[in-house]
Design a protein around this ligand. Sequence first.
Ligand code: TYD
Length: 137
Amino acid sequence: MNLIGESGSIISLPKIADPRGNLSFAENQTQLPFEIKRTYWIYDVPGGTERGGHAYRENTEFIIALSGSFDVLLDDGHNIERYSLNRSYYGLLVPKMIWRTMENFSTNSLALILSSTEYSESDYIRDYQEFLKNARK
Ligand code: TYD
């Protein structure tokens, strides 16, 4: 299942089904259209909290719900799409210059994010009006 939306796309990951427990993986350039430079994870999110609320100038991300569920809202400056992530064998590819917000985190949810760049605060656009000025026309 590769579901391509206006702003993001769902990429299926291999799932090695096994009675001992399932295994999935993501490799540079094979499952992902970029080289992983960084990984981080979001956890212990209190109910009702919103994360994100920014865009990146250059960074592309791949977001996987390793545990539990949450929604990712992607805004390209024209349309907003909601993706509900709740399985660990697919993820959401978020290209650069997309405003993204994460919400509706379930108890004990765990979001793993694979990033194409190292952390740089100057890569963030945190002001929505500035994002709109730079967004796809
Ligand atoms: P931020 O990306 O704003 O979080 P979210 O989008 O999930 O709401 O990051 C929150 C803080 O963590 C911010 O001060 C920057 C810091 N941070 C790092 O130092 N390294 C990283 O790789 C990331 C993603 C964030």
